[in-house]
Every structure is written in C-alpha cells, then in structure tokens.
Design a binder for this molecule. Structure first.
Ligand SMILES: NC(=O)c1ccc[n+]([C@@H]2O[C@H](COP(=O)([O-])OP(=O)(O)OC[C@H]3O[C@@H](n4cnc5c(N)ncnc54)[C@H](OP(=O)(O)O)[C@@H]3O)[C@@H](O)[C@H]2O)c1
Length: 257
C-alpha cells in the first residue's frame, strides 16, 4: 500500500478520521461461538490497550458478541476513551447460544439495543451503529428510519449497515445517510468487490470482515495475514480493515504493514 498519511486514514461519515487498520474485537468472547465472557479477561483488556498504543483508533464490536460481554470488556479496558478513539457496534441480532442467533430489526428492539450498548460501552453517544443484518420481516427502510430517529436524538453519531447488497444500501440511502458497509470480503472471497467501488464512489467506508479469511467458528486464519490485509488496503481508498486477533504477536504483525 502507499505509505503517505492520507491513504492510511479514512474520514468516516466525512467527519471521523480513522486509521484504516482497525481491530475486530469479536474473538475476545467465550468460545466456541463468541458466546459468554472471554476466558482471559485481564489478557483481553491488555490486548485492547496494546492495540490502541499501536495506533488502532477504530474498534469493531457488536451487541451480539457475548452478547454484551464484548462491549463491556472494551469499556473495562479503555474507558475513559482516548480522544479520537472510535468504537463501532452493531444491533439487530441477538445471540441466545453459541450457534443460535435471532435477527430482529424492529424499531423497538433496535432502540433497546442502542440503549443497552450505551450502558455497556459507558458512553452517551455511539460513534457508529451498524445494522448487523437486515431482518427479512422488517423493510430495511423501517430499521434505518429507527436508527435515524436515534441519531436525531443524539444517541448515535453515524449509521452503518452490515451484510447488505447494493439494493438494500440504495433503499437505506433514501432514508438516512449511511457511513459504512461491513460485508465479508477477502482476497479469496471477492463476491462483493463491486460494492467496494459503489461505496467508494459515495464516500462510504467498506469494512471487510473476515479479512484474513477466517470464519466465525474457525480457529486460525486461512490466508497469510500481511498479504491479505495489504490486498484489502490497496484495493480501494475506502476500505477499513478490522483483523481479529487474540495474540499480541499477531496484533503487532497486523499493525506493522
Ligand atoms: N458483520 C459481521 O457479520 C461480522 C462477522 C464476522 C466478523 N465480523 C468482524 O470482523 C472481525 C474480524 O473477523 P474474524 O476475526 O472472524 O476474522 P479474521 O480477522 O479474518 O481472522 C481472525 C483469525 O485470524 C488469526 N490471525 C489474526 N492475525 C493473524 C496473524 N497476523 N497471523 C496469523 N493469524 C492471525 C486469529 O487468530 P489469533 O487469535 O491466534 O491471532 C483468528 O483466528 C471481527 O472481530 C468482527 O469485528 C463481523
């Protein structure tokens, strides 16, 4: 990737500058299935602090990681948050067991999840709240309108989407500004490359999850980490990578590229 400062940062929503190498916190939860508290809580907190020391200022989490345990661990490790540290969370999915998820994008559930995330993260406004999945039973416009209402109330700063196609994004954009799209993409799984370009043209961040090719229940990545991250960063100026690791050695490797 190019080494100038501009290419290493992205202005989320045009207003929040973030380092394009962030950190995905999902694996700091109970295993298997990202369910329950992370077994090594002190180690997890130390890793999160180390990530920030190494320059991470964008951390991705979700209500469903734990559920709740991941957000609370982030708060225990990093609150009060450093200036400029952006925490992104997600809602619209509830986790009831290691392999049991319930998708619910209804306005009432999104509101209660935003309130729960504010409490867990110990903040008054969420920098980026992402609709984790579109609920097939709720039109995307309705879920996004609910998030936009929370944005107007000052509880959310920016709205993001996850696991969407272009049609869902277009429909969401008729209701509210969308700052980011988080979909699965890596050098070996390129199904959403057109959406990378589509979002880039609109100033929307594309946050590829599973950047190293690992699947949620899998231990260990499938692709060589540095090459995989470099490919994503070089692919388009709007990609923001969120490699997930439980290892200080891997964290340093991921940040050094
Ligand atoms: N929106 C969604 O639906 C969704 C779904 C899944 C994930 N996500 C987000 O995406 C983030 C990343 O996804 P992910 O954790 O599933 O996949 P990933 O980042 O592609 O891979 C993580 C795996 O790679 C290993 N790893 C990390 N750095 C490495 C390195 N330098 N060398 C070798 N192995 C390395 C990790 O093991 P070690 O712990 O041993 O380093 C872990 O097993 C998550 O934290 C979450 O925030 C979002």
């Amino acid at each position: 990737m190019a080494s100038d400062d501009t290419s290493r940062t992205f202005a989320l929503g045009g207003e929040l500058p973030i380092n394009r190498i962030g950190y995905g916190a999902m694996r700091l939860t109970g295993q298997p299935g990202n369910f329950g508290p992370y077994a090594n809580r002190e180690g997890g907190k130390a890793l999160l602090r180390h990530a920030v020391e190494l320059g991470v200022n964008f951390i991705d989490t979700a209500r469903s990681y734990g559920p709740g345990w991941n957000e609370r661990l982030i708060a225990e490790a990093l609150h009060p948050y450093a200036d400029g540290l952006v925490i992104a969370t997600k809602g619209g999915v509830d986790k009831r067991g290691p392999s049991e998820i319930v998708v619910d994008g209804s306005p009432a559930v999104l509101r209660s999840q935003v309130e729960d995330a504010l409490t867990a993260l110990r903040i008054e406004r969420i920098d980026l709240f992402q609709l984790h999945r579109v609920d097939p039973a709720v039109p995307v416009e309705e879920s996004v309108a609910a998030l936009d209402q929370l944005r107007h109330e000052g509880k959310i700063r920016l709205i993001g989407l996850s696991n969407v196609d272009q049609d869902m994004l277009d429909r969401a954009l008729t209701v509210a500004p969308i700052a980011s799209v988080q979909n699965r993409l890596n050098r070996a799984e390129r199904g959403d490359e057109a959406l990378v370009d589509y979002t880039a043209e609109r100033g929307i961040a594309f946050i590829p999850y599973g950047p190293l090719g690992a699947h949620p229940m899998q231990q260990g990545a499938a692709l060589p980490a540095q090459d995989a991250l470099e490919w994503l960063l070089a692919r388009s100026p709007n990609t923001v990578v969120i490699p997930g690791t439980t290892s200080a050695k891997h964290l340093a490797e991921n940040m050094r590229i």
